[in-house]
Write a protein that binds this ligand. Structure first.
Ligand code: TXA
Ligand code: MG
Length: 342
């Protein structure tokens, strides 16, 4: 199959919508990361997503909508008041909410769960595509399973070339990390995956917000998870990545880098701009000035590390406040939880 990459003008979006209706896959930009979309109500189309990504069958997908009214046919039961307030405050935007599912949502989408995850993205191309397709679009991030999520069309092409007919190129994604996944089936909303909408923002609207323990800790053998995606090694670069935090982080990174270089390896540092000058002429990629910048650049930097053949990789940590929680969640998974405070 030839994979075409098109700017998202009217013709291209119209063609993409036609492909979705015909049961094919289309990659499209959202404000978080690129999605790999299929008609959420077409079981065979959804199956193609799992094949193209090499995704484990027990990891459910998010159904994307382009208007709040579309939610009613996808969920069952009443929307609880806290969930309603979330929608009013954060939709459209980088927030996914988990509800009891309606009968008509295929089990393939929810991986057999009785709940369905729903997101109303703010990106104009995503919204136009869903509108024109006239169906909810099931879409995971458009990477091969285990690779960093794509934040540029070129990243999607790296992973999906020859596997899908069309990529809509909307440029770089603004947020850069996937949406916050929030379970709103209980009384207090619970963050299953942190993202662009922070715990503080959610708590300010809902009164309180829980953070699932799986967000920052490795799973114990046999431990049940509320969000199956948390089980898998994710976002992983090919090189061995270690995250270093604390007052001694810069010095420790310098030491380890120099030892690796002396041993003939190809080390790389991921650093905040403010520490850049400390690393001299060593190989460093900038993660920007703060947690927001890091969110936007992290996945791209991990892919670049692969392209450079970097191994080992040392990254600075960031505070787990605000968007920093999402950044550290992704960074720790990419590092298989190799994190040291020094
Ligand atoms: O920003 C995003 O959310 C992107 C864009 C494309 O919208 N999508 C995305 O999808 O990141 P994906 O499939 O890569 O991640 C979906 C996450 C997984 O961790 C999955 O386990 C969780 O959402 N999830 C989906 N349905 C769920 C459900 N019913 N209950 C709990 N977790 C669910
Ligand atoms: Mg993903």
């Amino acid at each position: 199959m030839i994979t075409r990459v098109l700017p998202p003008d009217e013709n291209a979006v119209c063609e993409a919508a036609g492909l979705i209706r015909a049961g094919e896959l289309v990659a499209f930009p959202t404000e978080t990361v690129y999605g790999l979309g299929a008609n959420a109500l077409d079981e065979n189309a959804v199956e193609k997503i799992f094949l193209a990504k090499g995704r484990p069958g027990d990891n459910p997908l998010i159904a994307h909508i382009s208007g709040i009214d579309q939610i009613s046919s996808l969920i069952s039961g009443e929307i609880l008041p806290a969930a309603r307030r979330m929608m009013d405050a954060f939709w459209p935007g980088p927030l996914t909410m988990v509800f009891p599912k309606a009968e008509k949502v295929p089990m393939r989408v929810t991986a057999g769960l009785s709940t369905v995850a729903i997101r109303f993205p703010s990106h104009p191309v995503a919204r136009r595509l869903i509108d024109q397709a006239g169906v909810p679009i099931a879409a995971p991030s458009a990477n091969r399973s285990g690779r960093p999520s794509p934040t540029r069309a070129a990243h999607v092409l790296e992973d999906m070339n020859g596997k899908i007919p069309l990529i809509l190129d909307g440029g770089a994604c603004e947020v850069g990390l996937e949406s916050t996944v929030l379970d709103v089936t209980g009384e207090i909303p619970r963050i299953l995956r942190p993202g662009g909408i922070t715990r503080q923002q959610i708590a300010a609207v809902a009164g309180a917000a829980l953070v699932d323990p799986a967000v920052l800790n490795p799973l114990k053998p046999g431990q049940q998870v509320r969000s199956p995606g948390m089980k898998y090694r994710h976002y992983a670069p090919k090189g061995n990545l270690t995250v270093l935090g604390g007052a001694g982080a810069v010095r420790e990174i310098l030491n380890r880098y120099d030892r690796a270089a002396a041993a003939g390896k190809n080390p790389l540092i991921l650093a905040l701009e403010s520490d850049f000058s400390s690393f001299g002429n060593r190989r460093v990629l900038s993660l920007g000035a703060d947690a927001r910048d890091m969110a936007e650049r992290l996945f791209s930097a991990l892919r670049e590390a692969d392209a450079l053949g970097a191994d080992p990789i040392f990254s600075e940590a960031v505070s787990k406040e605000g968007v920093g929680l999402a950044v550290m969640n992704r960074l720790l998974r990419a590092a298989a939880f190799q994190y040291e405070e020094v």
